[in-house]
Design a protein around this ligand. Structure first.
Ligand code: MRU
Length: 343
């Protein structure tokens, strides 16, 4: 069985180092708020829900380590602002930091030193429960007795959350119901999270997986190998536009052409209720080396120019439904998402 991506124990925080997968499964202790900033920035921990809980744990480390007499709520807010700068697109990072700030705002440091750990632990456990609910809601879309081939992109799995996964939560639930035939995992250039992380975590749980290089997707759809697509999300606007790993938008266009249902699986915490369209989402631009190199070895000629946007935005009209822990929303996203906030 997979270990939890984030383990909070005795006021200490442990992560699976995702930069080493699939070569090595190594748990590392993150010893300070600063180390957590770099763990998020350098993608030791990655995936929107996981980044959120990791940032909240980073705040707890700050509270643990600061001398009582030096603590102020302003200092905690500054720590939050710093952590929020680790990555720009996944809204769960901002959501989780703000939750910790809200929780802490009226509390004294003596109390926080103890209670923040319960708060962050509960947040981590809640993430698992949410993923399981997403999994059930997504699996319910498939008629009883039908077996499906599901395509996914990047890693929206256990490793992108505390445990279980969002898109892979749906896939795990289908597998448990004996309704999964095959997972087709896009390898997801440039960092290969699909080929490295999704394939690795599904193999750990003996779930059948076939990796496709990204440019094989249309071919596989055209040949009738894909019944549905389920991806994760890093930020969802209130009109239903979805930012997710680069390549998701293209996949959605191909799915539309081939009349294949295209679902996004994400917790309500991935919805940014402050923005009205995907145009407002900041897209992370990462290091050119992610494109020019594979596993530290240069594969492109010296001097070539590179773009490396890490995410793209899929317009709501291409999305069949958004699977959340509360319900599957579809159709008039603006109304449905508003209702979701109130539910
Ligand atoms: O850049 P990453 O690896 O953090 O991006 C991850 C993804 O795009 C995931 O598909 C997304 O965060 C959904 S997480 C359940």
């Amino acid at each position: 069985m997979l270990a939890k991506t984030i383990e909070i124990k005795d006021k200490r925080v442990f992560l699976i180092d995702q930069t080493l997968i699939p070569y090595e499964e190594k748990i590392v202790e993150i010893k300070s708020m600063d180390e957590m900033y770099f763990a998020i920035k350098n993608m030791v921990v990655r995936g929107a829900p996981a980044i959120g809980v990791a940032a909240a744990a980073g705040m707890a480390l700050f509270i643990r380590d600061i001398e009582d007499k030096k603590f102020t709520h302003e200092a905690l807010r500054k720590a939050g602002t710093y952590l929020k700068q680790a990555r720009p697109t996944a809204v769960n990072l901002f959501w989780a930091v703000d939750k910790v700030l809200d929780y802490s705002s009226a509390k004294k440091i003596e109390e926080l030193k103890e209670s923040i750990w319960y708060f962050v632990y509960d947040m981590a456990e809640e993430d698992i429960a949410i993923n399981k609910a997403i999994g059930r809601n997504g699996a319910d879309l498939i008629p009883v007795g039908k077996k499906v081939n599901v395509q996914t992109h990047c890693n929206a799995g256990s490793l992108a959350t505390v445990y279980w996964g969002t898109a892979l939560g749906v896939i795990r639930e289908l597998h448990n119901r004996n309704q999964l035939n095959m997972v087709y995992a896009d390898e997801t250039r440039p960092r290969l999270q699909g080929g490295k992380i999704t394939a690795w975590e599904l193999l750990q749980d003996r779930i059948p997986v076939t990796v496709l290089s990204d440019n094989m997707a249309a071919y596989m759809m055209g040949k009738g190998h894909i019944d549905m697509i389920v991806v994760g999300a890093d930020r969802i606007a209130t009109n239903g536009d979805v930012a997710n790993k680069i390549g998701t938008y293209g996949l959605a266009i191909m799915a539309k052409y081939h009349s294949i249902p295209f679902y996004v699986a994400a917790p309500v915490s991935t919805i940014d209720f402050s923005i009205s369209s995907g145009k407002e989402i900041a897209i992370e631009e990462r290091n050119a080396e992610e494109v020019t190199h594979i596993n530290g070895k240069r594969v492109l000629p010296e001097g070539v120019s590179i773009v490396n946007p890490s995410f793209d935005v899929t317009p709501a009209e291409l999305i069949t439904g958004i699977i959340t822990e509360k319900k599957v929303v579809s159709g008039n996203y603006r109304v449905e998402i508003k209702n979701l906030k109130l539910a």
